[in-house]
Design a protein. Structure first.
Length: 404
Protein backbone atom coordinates (compact mmCIF):
# COMPACT_ATOMS: atom_id res chain seq x y z
CA UNK A 1 0.00 0.00 0.00
CA UNK A 2 1.25 3.49 -0.86
CA UNK A 3 1.94 5.90 1.94
CA UNK A 4 0.26 9.18 1.07
CA UNK A 5 1.57 12.52 2.17
CA UNK A 6 -0.84 14.54 4.25
CA UNK A 7 -2.35 17.59 2.54
CA UNK A 8 -4.89 18.32 5.27
CA UNK A 9 -4.00 18.63 8.92
CA UNK A 10 -4.24 20.97 11.85
CA UNK A 11 -1.70 23.33 10.25
CA UNK A 12 1.77 24.46 11.21
CA UNK A 13 3.86 27.47 12.26
CA UNK A 14 7.20 28.80 11.07
CA UNK A 15 9.15 29.51 13.08
CA UNK A 16 7.58 27.48 15.88
CA UNK A 17 5.89 29.82 18.36
CA UNK A 18 5.73 32.81 16.00
CA UNK A 19 2.16 33.46 17.15
CA UNK A 20 3.21 33.72 20.81
CA UNK A 21 5.85 36.42 20.56
CA UNK A 22 4.70 39.60 22.30
CA UNK A 23 4.20 42.61 20.03
CA UNK A 24 4.95 40.47 16.99
CA UNK A 25 3.07 40.72 13.70
CA UNK A 26 2.52 37.57 11.72
CA UNK A 27 0.36 36.29 8.85
CA UNK A 28 -2.33 33.74 9.59
CA UNK A 29 -3.30 31.82 6.44
CA UNK A 30 -6.32 29.55 6.77
CA UNK A 31 -6.74 26.85 4.13
CA UNK A 32 -10.24 25.48 3.56
CA UNK A 33 -11.56 22.65 1.48
CA UNK A 34 -13.61 24.42 -1.19
CA UNK A 35 -17.16 23.90 0.08
CA UNK A 36 -16.10 24.42 3.68
CA UNK A 37 -14.57 27.71 2.59
CA UNK A 38 -17.88 28.84 1.11
CA UNK A 39 -19.62 27.95 4.37
CA UNK A 40 -17.03 29.95 6.33
CA UNK A 41 -17.19 32.97 3.99
CA UNK A 42 -20.10 34.61 5.82
CA UNK A 43 -18.40 34.24 9.20
CA UNK A 44 -15.32 35.88 7.69
CA UNK A 45 -17.38 38.97 6.86
CA UNK A 46 -18.15 38.35 3.20
CA UNK A 47 -21.50 39.57 1.91
CA UNK A 48 -21.45 38.27 -1.65
CA UNK A 49 -22.46 35.36 -3.84
CA UNK A 50 -19.76 33.07 -2.41
CA UNK A 51 -21.12 33.53 1.11
CA UNK A 52 -24.65 33.01 -0.23
CA UNK A 53 -23.64 29.71 -1.79
CA UNK A 54 -22.19 28.59 1.51
CA UNK A 55 -25.26 29.58 3.55
CA UNK A 56 -28.09 28.72 1.14
CA UNK A 57 -29.75 25.41 2.02
CA UNK A 58 -30.96 24.86 -1.55
CA UNK A 59 -27.43 25.22 -2.91
CA UNK A 60 -26.03 22.89 -0.26
CA UNK A 61 -28.74 20.31 -0.93
CA UNK A 62 -28.07 20.49 -4.67
CA UNK A 63 -24.35 20.05 -4.05
CA UNK A 64 -25.01 16.95 -1.94
CA UNK A 65 -27.24 15.42 -4.62
CA UNK A 66 -24.66 16.07 -7.34
CA UNK A 67 -21.81 14.71 -5.21
CA UNK A 68 -23.65 11.53 -4.33
CA UNK A 69 -25.21 10.79 -7.71
CA UNK A 70 -22.06 11.94 -9.51
CA UNK A 71 -20.02 9.09 -8.05
CA UNK A 72 -21.76 6.65 -10.36
CA UNK A 73 -22.22 9.02 -13.26
CA UNK A 74 -18.80 10.68 -13.41
CA UNK A 75 -16.54 8.30 -11.50
CA UNK A 76 -16.51 10.29 -8.29
CA UNK A 77 -13.67 11.92 -6.43
CA UNK A 78 -11.45 10.04 -4.03
CA UNK A 79 -9.27 12.23 -1.85
CA UNK A 80 -6.13 10.78 -0.35
CA UNK A 81 -7.13 11.68 3.20
CA UNK A 82 -9.70 9.21 4.48
CA UNK A 83 -12.20 10.03 7.13
CA UNK A 84 -13.39 7.14 9.26
CA UNK A 85 -16.89 6.88 7.77
CA UNK A 86 -15.46 6.67 4.23
CA UNK A 87 -13.00 3.99 5.32
CA UNK A 88 -15.76 1.89 6.92
CA UNK A 89 -17.99 2.27 3.85
CA UNK A 90 -15.14 1.14 1.60
CA UNK A 91 -14.40 -1.92 3.74
CA UNK A 92 -18.07 -2.93 3.97
CA UNK A 93 -18.49 -2.54 0.21
CA UNK A 94 -15.49 -4.79 -0.44
CA UNK A 95 -16.71 -7.44 1.99
CA UNK A 96 -20.21 -7.47 0.44
CA UNK A 97 -18.69 -8.09 -2.99
CA UNK A 98 -16.15 -10.68 -1.78
CA UNK A 99 -16.58 -14.44 -2.16
CA UNK A 100 -14.40 -15.10 0.89
CA UNK A 101 -17.32 -14.63 3.32
CA UNK A 102 -20.72 -16.26 3.54
CA UNK A 103 -23.90 -14.33 4.26
CA UNK A 104 -23.79 -14.74 8.04
CA UNK A 105 -20.10 -13.81 8.19
CA UNK A 106 -20.73 -10.64 6.18
CA UNK A 107 -23.55 -9.67 8.49
CA UNK A 108 -21.43 -10.22 11.62
CA UNK A 109 -18.38 -8.41 10.21
CA UNK A 110 -20.47 -5.36 9.24
CA UNK A 111 -21.82 -5.29 12.79
CA UNK A 112 -18.30 -5.58 14.19
CA UNK A 113 -17.04 -2.73 11.99
CA UNK A 114 -19.87 -0.50 13.18
CA UNK A 115 -18.62 -1.17 16.71
CA UNK A 116 -14.98 -0.54 15.77
CA UNK A 117 -13.93 -4.22 15.66
CA UNK A 118 -11.97 -5.17 12.52
CA UNK A 119 -10.51 -8.43 13.86
CA UNK A 120 -12.29 -10.89 11.51
CA UNK A 121 -11.69 -9.10 8.23
CA UNK A 122 -8.44 -10.82 7.24
CA UNK A 123 -9.73 -14.37 7.60
CA UNK A 124 -7.65 -16.95 5.69
CA UNK A 125 -5.40 -14.35 4.12
CA UNK A 126 -8.29 -12.28 2.72
CA UNK A 127 -7.37 -8.87 1.32
CA UNK A 128 -9.41 -5.67 1.12
CA UNK A 129 -9.33 -3.35 -1.88
CA UNK A 130 -10.35 0.24 -1.20
CA UNK A 131 -12.09 2.48 -3.72
CA UNK A 132 -8.82 4.21 -4.63
CA UNK A 133 -7.17 0.90 -5.52
CA UNK A 134 -5.13 0.43 -2.32
CA UNK A 135 -4.90 -3.19 -1.17
CA UNK A 136 -4.86 -3.86 2.58
CA UNK A 137 -3.35 -7.26 3.41
CA UNK A 138 -3.16 -7.23 7.19
CA UNK A 139 -4.39 -5.58 10.36
CA UNK A 140 -1.24 -3.47 10.74
CA UNK A 141 -1.86 -1.68 7.45
CA UNK A 142 -5.47 -1.14 8.43
CA UNK A 143 -4.49 0.33 11.79
CA UNK A 144 -2.19 2.84 10.08
CA UNK A 145 -5.04 4.02 7.83
CA UNK A 146 -7.37 4.22 10.82
CA UNK A 147 -4.93 6.45 12.69
CA UNK A 148 -4.71 8.80 9.71
CA UNK A 149 -8.49 8.71 9.31
CA UNK A 150 -9.03 9.69 12.94
CA UNK A 151 -6.55 12.54 12.64
CA UNK A 152 -8.42 13.82 9.58
CA UNK A 153 -11.84 13.91 11.27
CA UNK A 154 -13.23 17.43 11.20
CA UNK A 155 -10.20 18.80 9.39
CA UNK A 156 -12.00 20.84 6.78
CA UNK A 157 -9.49 23.62 7.36
CA UNK A 158 -5.90 24.16 8.47
CA UNK A 159 -4.16 27.25 9.87
CA UNK A 160 -0.61 28.27 9.01
CA UNK A 161 1.13 30.96 11.04
CA UNK A 162 3.99 32.54 9.10
CA UNK A 163 6.11 35.65 9.64
CA UNK A 164 4.99 38.80 7.86
CA UNK A 165 6.39 38.63 4.32
CA UNK A 166 9.18 40.94 3.17
CA UNK A 167 6.64 42.75 0.99
CA UNK A 168 2.90 42.77 1.50
CA UNK A 169 1.07 45.08 -0.88
CA UNK A 170 -2.54 45.17 -1.98
CA UNK A 171 -4.63 47.40 -4.21
CA UNK A 172 -8.22 48.17 -5.07
CA UNK A 173 -8.98 48.49 -8.80
CA UNK A 174 -12.29 49.62 -10.32
CA UNK A 175 -13.24 49.12 -13.96
CA UNK A 176 -15.11 52.09 -15.47
CA UNK A 177 -14.73 50.97 -19.09
CA UNK A 178 -18.45 50.83 -19.93
CA UNK A 179 -18.25 53.85 -22.26
CA UNK A 180 -21.37 55.40 -23.77
CA UNK A 181 -20.91 57.95 -26.57
CA UNK A 182 -23.97 60.17 -26.47
CA UNK A 183 -23.09 62.22 -29.58
CA UNK A 184 -26.13 63.89 -31.11
CA UNK A 185 -28.27 62.76 -28.19
CA UNK A 186 -26.28 65.08 -25.93
CA UNK A 187 -26.77 67.89 -28.48
CA UNK A 188 -30.55 67.37 -28.33
CA UNK A 189 -30.47 67.39 -24.53
CA UNK A 190 -28.66 70.74 -24.64
CA UNK A 191 -30.56 72.43 -27.48
CA UNK A 192 -33.44 70.62 -29.15
CA UNK A 193 -33.85 73.08 -32.02
CA UNK A 194 -30.13 73.29 -32.64
CA UNK A 195 -29.85 69.50 -32.58
CA UNK A 196 -32.53 69.17 -35.22
CA UNK A 197 -30.71 71.73 -37.31
CA UNK A 198 -27.51 69.75 -36.93
CA UNK A 199 -29.19 66.59 -38.17
CA UNK A 200 -30.72 68.39 -41.15
CA UNK A 201 -27.39 69.99 -42.04
CA UNK A 202 -25.37 66.80 -41.83
CA UNK A 203 -28.17 64.87 -43.49
CA UNK A 204 -27.95 67.23 -46.51
CA UNK A 205 -24.76 65.48 -47.54
CA UNK A 206 -26.55 62.20 -47.98
CA UNK A 207 -29.44 63.99 -49.71
CA UNK A 208 -26.97 65.59 -52.09
CA UNK A 209 -25.39 62.24 -52.83
CA UNK A 210 -28.77 60.72 -53.59
CA UNK A 211 -29.60 63.71 -55.87
CA UNK A 212 -26.37 63.14 -57.78
CA UNK A 213 -27.32 59.50 -58.24
CA UNK A 214 -30.74 60.46 -59.62
CA UNK A 215 -29.20 63.04 -61.94
CA UNK A 216 -26.72 60.48 -63.16
CA UNK A 217 -29.48 58.03 -63.96
CA UNK A 218 -31.37 60.70 -65.94
CA UNK A 219 -28.23 61.59 -67.85
CA UNK A 220 -27.56 57.97 -68.62
CA UNK A 221 -31.06 57.57 -69.91
CA UNK A 222 -30.83 60.67 -72.14
CA UNK A 223 -27.48 59.85 -73.62
CA UNK A 224 -28.48 56.29 -74.14
CA UNK A 225 -31.41 57.36 -76.28
CA UNK A 226 -29.67 60.20 -78.19
CA UNK A 227 -26.23 58.76 -78.76
CA UNK A 228 -26.80 55.06 -78.57
CA UNK A 229 -24.60 54.57 -75.50
CA UNK A 230 -25.08 51.42 -73.49
CA UNK A 231 -26.46 52.43 -70.07
CA UNK A 232 -24.01 50.26 -68.17
CA UNK A 233 -20.98 51.57 -70.09
CA UNK A 234 -21.97 55.19 -69.65
CA UNK A 235 -22.59 54.75 -65.93
CA UNK A 236 -19.10 53.33 -65.62
CA UNK A 237 -17.67 56.32 -67.49
CA UNK A 238 -19.46 58.81 -65.19
CA UNK A 239 -18.42 56.86 -62.10
CA UNK A 240 -14.78 56.89 -63.20
CA UNK A 241 -14.96 60.62 -63.90
CA UNK A 242 -16.30 61.41 -60.42
CA UNK A 243 -13.71 59.14 -58.83
CA UNK A 244 -10.93 60.92 -60.68
CA UNK A 245 -12.30 64.29 -59.67
CA UNK A 246 -12.49 63.54 -55.96
CA UNK A 247 -9.46 61.27 -55.82
CA UNK A 248 -6.99 62.52 -58.43
CA UNK A 249 -3.85 61.17 -56.75
CA UNK A 250 -5.20 57.72 -56.04
CA UNK A 251 -5.40 58.06 -52.23
CA UNK A 252 -7.99 56.02 -50.38
CA UNK A 253 -9.30 58.61 -47.88
CA UNK A 254 -12.96 59.49 -48.22
CA UNK A 255 -14.23 63.05 -48.06
CA UNK A 256 -16.64 62.62 -45.15
CA UNK A 257 -18.21 64.96 -42.59
CA UNK A 258 -15.36 64.51 -40.08
CA UNK A 259 -12.80 65.69 -42.62
CA UNK A 260 -15.02 68.59 -43.67
CA UNK A 261 -15.08 69.68 -40.00
CA UNK A 262 -11.32 69.21 -39.88
CA UNK A 263 -10.87 71.67 -42.72
CA UNK A 264 -12.66 74.21 -40.55
CA UNK A 265 -10.46 73.38 -37.54
CA UNK A 266 -13.24 71.49 -35.74
CA UNK A 267 -13.52 68.00 -34.30
CA UNK A 268 -16.65 66.00 -33.45
CA UNK A 269 -17.57 65.98 -29.78
CA UNK A 270 -18.52 62.42 -28.79
CA UNK A 271 -19.95 63.60 -25.45
CA UNK A 272 -18.79 60.26 -24.02
CA UNK A 273 -19.48 59.20 -20.45
CA UNK A 274 -17.91 56.20 -18.66
CA UNK A 275 -20.25 54.10 -16.55
CA UNK A 276 -19.10 51.80 -13.75
CA UNK A 277 -18.60 48.24 -14.98
CA UNK A 278 -17.16 46.15 -12.13
CA UNK A 279 -14.56 45.92 -9.40
CA UNK A 280 -11.45 43.94 -10.22
CA UNK A 281 -10.69 41.09 -7.85
CA UNK A 282 -7.84 41.90 -5.48
CA UNK A 283 -4.57 40.02 -5.70
CA UNK A 284 -2.03 39.43 -2.94
CA UNK A 285 1.56 38.43 -3.58
CA UNK A 286 3.55 37.22 -0.58
CA UNK A 287 7.11 35.88 -0.36
CA UNK A 288 8.78 33.91 2.41
CA UNK A 289 12.31 32.71 3.03
CA UNK A 290 12.33 29.43 4.97
CA UNK A 291 15.55 28.47 6.75
CA UNK A 292 15.65 25.19 8.65
CA UNK A 293 17.77 25.37 11.80
CA UNK A 294 17.13 21.76 12.76
CA UNK A 295 15.91 18.52 11.13
CA UNK A 296 12.53 18.96 12.84
CA UNK A 297 12.16 22.48 11.45
CA UNK A 298 13.16 21.18 8.00
CA UNK A 299 10.36 18.62 8.15
CA UNK A 300 7.93 21.30 9.32
CA UNK A 301 8.86 23.57 6.37
CA UNK A 302 8.40 20.71 3.90
CA UNK A 303 4.95 20.00 5.29
CA UNK A 304 3.96 23.68 5.01
CA UNK A 305 5.10 23.90 1.38
CA UNK A 306 3.45 20.59 0.53
CA UNK A 307 0.15 21.71 2.05
CA UNK A 308 0.06 24.82 -0.16
CA UNK A 309 1.18 22.79 -3.17
CA UNK A 310 -1.59 20.28 -2.63
CA UNK A 311 -4.21 22.91 -1.84
CA UNK A 312 -3.54 24.70 -5.12
CA UNK A 313 -4.45 21.68 -7.23
CA UNK A 314 -7.85 20.03 -7.87
CA UNK A 315 -8.74 16.64 -6.45
CA UNK A 316 -9.37 13.65 -8.71
CA UNK A 317 -9.98 9.92 -8.56
CA UNK A 318 -6.83 7.97 -7.77
CA UNK A 319 -7.15 6.04 -11.04
CA UNK A 320 -7.19 9.33 -12.93
CA UNK A 321 -10.15 8.27 -15.08
CA UNK A 322 -12.94 10.25 -13.40
CA UNK A 323 -15.02 12.60 -15.53
CA UNK A 324 -14.83 15.54 -13.11
CA UNK A 325 -12.33 17.27 -10.85
CA UNK A 326 -12.92 18.65 -7.37
CA UNK A 327 -12.17 22.36 -6.94
CA UNK A 328 -8.85 23.34 -5.30
CA UNK A 329 -8.83 24.77 -1.78
CA UNK A 330 -9.66 28.30 -0.72
CA UNK A 331 -7.54 30.54 1.50
CA UNK A 332 -7.98 33.53 3.81
CA UNK A 333 -5.02 35.80 4.56
CA UNK A 334 -5.29 37.52 7.92
CA UNK A 335 -2.49 39.69 9.36
CA UNK A 336 -2.35 39.27 13.14
CA UNK A 337 -0.80 41.11 16.09
CA UNK A 338 0.21 39.73 19.50
CA UNK A 339 -0.57 42.02 22.44
CA UNK A 340 1.44 42.27 25.66
CA UNK A 341 -0.62 39.54 27.35
CA UNK A 342 -0.15 37.32 24.25
CA UNK A 343 -3.72 37.88 23.09
CA UNK A 344 -3.94 37.47 19.32
CA UNK A 345 -5.95 40.12 17.51
CA UNK A 346 -6.48 41.04 13.88
CA UNK A 347 -3.79 43.53 12.93
CA UNK A 348 -5.32 47.01 13.46
CA UNK A 349 -3.57 48.55 10.43
CA UNK A 350 -3.74 45.74 7.88
CA UNK A 351 -6.71 44.35 5.94
CA UNK A 352 -7.51 40.69 5.68
CA UNK A 353 -8.56 39.03 2.46
CA UNK A 354 -11.80 37.51 1.33
CA UNK A 355 -11.81 33.87 0.19
CA UNK A 356 -8.89 33.50 -2.21
CA UNK A 357 -7.66 30.98 -4.72
CA UNK A 358 -3.94 30.24 -4.87
CA UNK A 359 -3.22 31.08 -8.51
CA UNK A 360 0.56 30.98 -8.62
CA UNK A 361 3.20 29.22 -6.53
CA UNK A 362 6.94 29.55 -7.09
CA UNK A 363 9.50 27.61 -5.07
CA UNK A 364 13.18 28.50 -5.34
CA UNK A 365 15.44 25.83 -3.87
CA UNK A 366 18.60 27.84 -4.65
CA UNK A 367 17.92 31.37 -3.31
CA UNK A 368 21.62 31.73 -2.40
CA UNK A 369 22.66 30.70 -5.93
CA UNK A 370 23.91 27.40 -4.56
CA UNK A 371 22.20 24.05 -4.22
CA UNK A 372 22.73 23.01 -0.63
CA UNK A 373 21.44 19.95 1.21
CA UNK A 374 21.92 18.51 4.67
CA UNK A 375 23.42 15.07 5.25
CA UNK A 376 19.98 13.49 5.04
CA UNK A 377 19.20 15.22 1.71
CA UNK A 378 16.90 17.96 3.03
CA UNK A 379 17.09 21.49 1.64
CA UNK A 380 17.69 23.92 4.52
CA UNK A 381 16.96 27.16 2.61
CA UNK A 382 13.95 27.67 0.35
CA UNK A 383 12.24 30.78 -0.99
CA UNK A 384 8.50 30.61 -1.67
CA UNK A 385 6.37 33.18 -3.53
CA UNK A 386 2.59 32.81 -3.68
CA UNK A 387 -0.06 34.82 -5.49
CA UNK A 388 -3.60 34.74 -4.13
CA UNK A 389 -6.64 36.15 -5.94
CA UNK A 390 -10.01 36.76 -4.28
CA UNK A 391 -12.78 34.75 -5.92
CA UNK A 392 -15.34 37.58 -5.63
CA UNK A 393 -15.14 41.34 -6.05
CA UNK A 394 -15.34 43.79 -3.16
CA UNK A 395 -18.45 45.78 -2.23
CA UNK A 396 -19.18 48.39 0.43
CA UNK A 397 -21.09 45.74 2.39
CA UNK A 398 -17.93 43.62 2.57
CA UNK A 399 -15.85 46.52 3.86
CA UNK A 400 -18.43 47.46 6.50
CA UNK A 401 -18.79 43.89 7.78
CA UNK A 402 -15.37 42.37 7.32
CA UNK A 403 -12.48 44.85 7.68
CA UNK A 404 -11.19 44.16 4.19
Amino acid sequence: MNKYKKIYGSGASYPVGVSNIRYASYLEITKYKYNSGLKAAYDNGQRDVAASFGQNSIVQAARKVVNESGKGLFGGLDETDYDLSKLNADIIKDIKESDAFNKEERKQIRKNIANGDYSHIFKDGNEITLQNGDVIKNAEQLQAIKREAKSAIGQESAIFNLPMPQEFSYNYSADWSNEFKMGTMARLMDDFAGGLGQMVTTGAFSVGTELANITGKLAVGGFAEGAGFDGGRFENVIGAAFKGATNPLGSTDALDINRMLGLAGLAPNENAINFFKKMQNRKFTVSFDFFARSPEEGTNIDEIIYAFKGGMHPSASQKGTGGVLGFPDLFVLKPMFVEADQTKIRHPMMPKSKMCALTDLQINTTPSNNFVTTKDGKIPLQSVTMMFEEITAMTQSDIKAGDF
